[in-house]
Design a protein around this ligand. Structure first.
Ligand SMILES: *[C@@H]1O[C@H](CO)[C@@H](O)[C@H](O)[C@H]1NC(C)=O
Ligand SMILES: *[C@@H]1O[C@H](CO)[C@@H](O)[C@H](O)[C@H]1NC(C)=O
Ligand SMILES: *[C@@H]1O[C@H](CO)[C@@H](O)[C@H](O)[C@H]1NC(C)=O
Ligand SMILES: *[C@@H]1O[C@H](CO)[C@@H](O)[C@H](O)[C@H]1NC(C)=O
Ligand SMILES: *[C@@H]1O[C@H](CO)[C@@H](O)[C@H](O)[C@H]1NC(C)=O
Ligand SMILES: *[C@@H]1O[C@H](CO)[C@@H](O)[C@H](O)[C@H]1NC(C)=O
Ligand SMILES: *[C@@H]1O[C@H](CO)[C@@H](O)[C@H](O)[C@H]1NC(C)=O
Length: 515
């Protein structure tokens, strides 16, 4: 009691005349605390946005141009083990899933030019290196797969004149082209010389020419792409951050029937507009997919202590429904559930994309062949885990299966027994596993420190403010009470009334009264 009185006395002595100053400070602190509680995260968000913008020389820009990630692609090839029986005896094709054949990737963006309107233009440069240590098997393993150039040509000739088909049959006879080829995994991916493409290059009129004489499913992907991509940097607003503006100077595709389906306004999968909510639909554009791929929230995940949202395509993304009608300009009939016809993006070859093991597709497709196990969402689903505040992809698995939709053509004897079938060729999984420590530690800092800082700041400031208010109020009450009791005492004991007004020398009274 005595100590507090002394302290209060000191405080009172120092501040009583300026009690409004203490109270004012206290109220300011309290307001600052409340302000922090409400606006701190907003300010942090603004700061993050500012830092994310792709400005030459910034850390974000360096990471964007030379991502410090180790992406990989796992390839699984369906080796046909009964090619002769399939062709001669009409049995189902028996497939043997081989792999993974793993390639590590090195991503880079080259030829970056700033367009001064909030966009950058650049070329992707991707270098693939085979990793025998991570693979089961070598990339020179021989596999038997459908002859894609040949079956594309025969399937396309279905509606051509009969004599053309007969001519085709004799050319294929001379060139000894068979419906199945035995090639190495490396050749199937990166290219092998195909006699038909070579011929086409010499014969077909210039304007219809295929751009190459080699055939490979990843042909031309190793190295600098010639496609010029224009992407928003965020300088003109974060709502389009990382979104593709133009691809080879075009701002939309030409193949589909509506503007919505022709849109390419998606991310490339590495960065998204920040502040992502769970009910948002993200979009990824990939040239080979030939459309925007919508992604919806699936669940929350934690990666290296950082919270992220897992986004995955909706179950009906490749469904044969009203919404996807725009992707079927030649239909109906359109492709069955779970298949996406990319023939218009693949020089008219009947290539159909699906998810691995026909995940989310009509089960009949999988049952038409033998050797493909039932799909498993965890193994075959495509997903991207994004850090919602910053929109950075922290883990990704782009899983796609490449199929060939073969049409039976009786007039061409080599393929006369090849029935109408969607023939799976291979599936791959491209992605990143985890960001390097230098990036994750920064992400951790940026996502975990602000809430703690906000709480400690707002609670600390508010607590200090309240404490000071209490103290000031207590002291004020105490001193005014003391002064009034003194005055009262003076009356009762009939001491002479104080000469000075209490406000002038409160200290003197305090000291007197204690003695
Ligand atoms: C693929 O299947 C063929 C038989 O059709 C076989 O000779 C070959 O060894 C298989 N390849 C591998 C890598 O198992
Ligand atoms: C085709 O089937 C017949 C009888 O079903 C059998 O004898 C023959 O060996 C089979 N041919 C091949 C290439 O397996
Ligand atoms: C940059 O682009 C030009 C033409 O657009 C091309 O010739 C050159 O090779 C590119 N440079 C790099 C490093 O890719
Ligand atoms: C920005 O400038 C580039 C190059 O001039 C142009 O291709 C692009 O369409 C422009 N983008 C916007 C959003 O204005
Ligand atoms: C890709 O290209 C690089 C160099 O250009 C080469 O070293 C590498 O072997 C190539 N990868 C494949 C899978 O062909
Ligand atoms: C998304 O969720 C927020 C609240 O979490 C809600 O306010 C908003 O209306 C929702 N938007 C849509 C398109 O559902
Ligand atoms: C795929 O699309 C092309 C071009 O629209 C069309 O000609 C072809 O019939 C389609 N294929 C199937 C199997 O629907």
């Amino acid at each position: 009691m005595q100590g507090r009185d002394k302290w209060c006395a000191k405080l009172t002595s120092a501040f009583l005349r300026k009690w409004w100053f203490v109270l004012g400070c206290a109220i300011l602190l309290l307001l600052a605390g409340i302000f922090c509680a409400i606006f701190f995260m907003k300010l942090v968000g603004l700061y993050i946005d500012h830092e994310l913008v792709l400005r030459e020389g910034s850390q974000t820009f360096d990471w964007w141009a030379h991502p410090p990630v180790r992406p990989f692609v796992h390839v699984y090839v369906y080796n046909v083990t009964n090619a002769d029986e399939f062709l001669n005896n009409g049995s189902k094709p028996v497939l043997d899933e081989l792999g993974p054949y793993v390639y590590s990737e090195d991503w880079e963006k080259v030829n970056i030019t700033n367009n001064q309107n909030g966009t950058l233009s650049f070329n992707y440069k991707r270098t693939y290196t085979f990793r025998p240590d991570l693979s089961t098997g070598l990339d020179d393993d021989a596999v038997v797969v459908p002859n894609i150039p040949m079956l594309s040509a025969t399937s396309q000739s279905k509606h051509a004149a009969r004599f053309l088909r007969l001519a085709m049959a004799s050319i294929m006879d001379i060139l000894k082209i068979k419906p199945f080829v035995e090639v190495s995994v490396g050749q199937l991916l990166w290219g092998y010389e195909d006699p038909l493409l070579k011929l086409a290059k010499d014969v077909v009129p210039k304007e219809q020419k295929l751009p190459y004489e080699e055939f490979g499913l990843f042909y031309g992907k190793n190295g600098t792409s010639s496609d010029v991509v224009t992407m928003f940097t965020g300088a003109t607003g974060m709502s389009k951050y990382g979104i593709i503006n133009r691809y080879n100077m075009r701002d939309k595709l030409q193949h589909w029937t509506t503007d919505e389906c022709n849109s390419i306004a998606g991310s490339d999968g590495s960065i998204f507009p920040p502040h992502i909510t769970k009910n948002q639909t993200l979009a990824v554009y990939d040239k080979d997919l030939c459309r925007l791929l919508p992604l919806r929230f699936l669940k929350e995940v934690t990666i290296g202590g950082i919270q992220a949202y897992r986004f995955t395509p909706p179950d009906d993304v490749f469904a044969n429904n009203e919404h996807n009608k725009c992707f079927c300009p030649a239909g109906p009939p359109c492709s069955p559930d779970g298949l996406f016809n990319v023939s218009l993006c693949q020089y008219d070859s009947p290539i159909m994309l699906s998810f691995p093991h026909f995940y989310l597709a009509d089960p009949k497709l999988r049952e038409a062949v033998e050797g493909i196990s039932p799909p498993d969402a965890e193994k075959h689903r495509l997903f991207i885990d994004v850090q919602p505040e910053m929109g950075i992809a922290m883990r990704a698995r782009a899983r796609i299966q490449i199929n060939l939709a073969v049409s039976q053509v009786i007039d061409i004897k080599q393929v006369a027994n090849f029935p109408d079938i969607v023939f799976p060729i291979l599936w791959f999984e491209e992605g990143i596993d985890e960001l390097p420590e230098q990036v994750t530690s920064l992400l951790r800092l940026a996502t975990q420190v602000p809430p703690i800082a906000r709480n400690s700041l707002s609670y600390g400031l508010s607590a200090l403010g309240i404490l000071l208010i209490l103290l000031a109020v207590t002291c004020l009450i105490r001193s005014s009470h003391r002064q009034s009791t003194l005055r009262l005492e003076g009356h009762v004991v009939a001491k002479p009334p104080p000469a000075k007004t209490p406000s002038k020398d409160s200290n003197g009274y305090e000291l007197n009264s204690r003695r």
